[in-house]
Ligand binder design. Structure first.
Ligand SMILES: Cc1ncc(COP(=O)(O)O)c(C=O)c1O
Length: 460
């Protein structure tokens, strides 16, 4: 049945008095569909077999919620299901239940982190969560931060701040350095910052996928010779393909000697640094000027959820403050839209806050350490006579039968991925060092020892 929305005003927006029973009914129904979909995951597998989702587009008179619910169901049942224990392809774990509520609350409040008056409580919440992270990471009182929609944007916020702080925002010789295994989003950062590809200097990695310090020194000297001015060295704490950690202590010493901004892309590994999980070098993140932490990638905070922590929050203010002439501002409250690139911003901090509050440090450590244990179980039992492995101390592992060239690796990974998918295991197929690999990311809390043993059998 089609309805005319103009005549159904009471069904368009929450009412400011009365019971809002229409809203309650559609929220209940949606919850039921989503929960059923979660429960059906085991039977359906990580990916829908036939994607028969028909995309409908808006029409003249709108549609009833009954029509929309059947479309919603079709949309949901044609989606990737991160809850399935075989969903171990990417950095996209199942959603932490409580953080689903966070998204719902953020949508219901529809507050805006642009300005204090548009999000009075949430602005304070974001500030205090960033302060909490700063202290957990070992930064001092002057530290703070800002949330952003994903790791790419947090890294971009950091690089823009670093370049402005160095006074190089209009200098075509301004460069930054990352390892060759750093995430591809740094190329996007170049584009957005008006930098050419040559302004991103890639430093070699060693056999363990960590930034090679000798090559870093060589690259810095080469920059000096070429008249390039380095505004940041970016260390990756958890590389995308193998979860390697760059040697932060050594890099930070070099940065200190040369007065260069050290940014850590901790999109994957940064969250481990707030815990007591024993990982070599983890306490050194406090030496950075800034670090990206992206708990959507492993803790299960629903997308997107990323924060940038910076050792001196004033630098963010100096970099991004433009004034907001259309917003009335009180001097004792900060408009958080002036701390980063994004303007209007949803209250994503709510789901992070709820997730962290719900788990507590013990729960956070359990989720994170179980992911490492699963990678170890897999790694220790994968036939190393047969496979070449690329991994690190975190929860990611890439592998390939030994001795394959590019063509062979392409064929093997294509075939194997399909056969694993037939058995409800979804792995990814990264192109790395001129060959294709299969990659497993053990950030799915639902993946148990039995699933890992089954996967190992399929690979033997
Ligand atoms: C190491 C690393 N940095 C940055 C990013 C980009 O994060 P996002 O996709 O949240 O923008 C990724 C994405 O996987 C990543 O692996």
């Amino acid at each position: 049945m089609t309805i005319d929305p103009i005549n159904k005003k009471e069904k368009l927006f929450p009412t400011y008095s009365g019971s809002n029973e229409n809203l309650l009914a559609i929220l209940n129904k949606t919850s039921q569909i989503i929960c059923k979909w979660f429960s059906d995951a085991e039977k359906l597998g990580p990916l829908p077999i036939d994607i028969n989702f028909k995309c409908s587009v808006p029409d003249e008179f709108g549609n009833s919620t009954d029509v929309l619910f059947s479309e919603i169901e079709s949309l949901i049942y044609s989606s990737f299901n991160p809850v399935h224990p075989g969903s171990i392809a990417h950095l996209d774990p199942p959603p932490l239940m409580i953080s689903i509520l966070g998204d719902l609350i953020a949508a219901g409040l529809n507050n805006n982190l642009l300005a204090h008056e548009l999000s009075p409580s949430i602005s304070l919440l974001e500030e205090s969560i960033c302060k909490w992270f700063s202290i957990k990471l070992g930064f001092t009182e002057s530290a703070g931060g800002i949330a952003a929609s994903g790791g790419t944007l947090s890294n971009l916020n950091a690089l823009v701040a670093a370049r402005t702080h160095a006074g190089l925002e209009a200098d075509e010789n301004a460069v930054f350095l990352t390892s060759e295994d750093a995430h591809t989003s740094f190329v996007k950062c170049c584009l957005i910052m008006g930098l050419g590809k040559n302004n991103l200097i890639k430093v070699k990695t060693d056999n363990n996928g960590c930034m090679d310090i000798n090559d870093l020194k060589k690259s810095i000297n080469k920059c000096d010779e070429d008249g390039k001015k380095i505004f940041s060295i970016v260390a990756t704490f958890g590389t995308t393909i193998r979860g390697a950690l760059d040697p932060i202590e050594k890099i930070s010493k070099i940065c200190k000697e040369r007065n260069i901004w050290l940014h850590i892309d901790g999109s994957i590994g940064g969250i481990f640094a707030i815990t007591k999980i024993p990982i070599n070098g983890i306490s050194n993140v406090k030496f950075a000027n800034s670090i990206t932490i992206n708990p959507q990638k492993i803790l299960g905070i629903t997308k997107t959820s990323s924060i940038l922590i910076i050792s001196d929050e004033e630098i963010l203010k100096k970099t991004f403050a433009t004034g907001l002439p259309y917003i009335s501002s009180e001097s004792n409250f900060l408009n958080r839209g002036e701390l980063g690139i994004q303007g209007s911003r949803p209250a994503e901090i709510i789901k992070l806050w709820l997730g962290l509050r719900y788990l507590g440090m013990k729960g956070i450590e359990d989720v994170l350490s179980s992911s490492i244990e699963k990678r170890k179980l897999f790694e220790n039992n994968l036939n190393t006579k047969k496979y070449e492995l690329c991994s690190g101390p975190l929860h990611i592992i890439s592998f390939l039968p030994k001795g394959m060239n590019k063509k062979e690796s392409n064929e093997w990974t294509l075939k194997k991925r399909i056969s694993l998918m037939d058995n409800n295991f979804m792995l990814s197929r990264p192109f790395f060092r001129h060959r294709y690999f299969l990659r497993a990311v053990f950030g799915n809390f639902n993946t148990g020892e039995n699933h890992i043993n089954e996967l190992l059998k399929l690979l033997d």
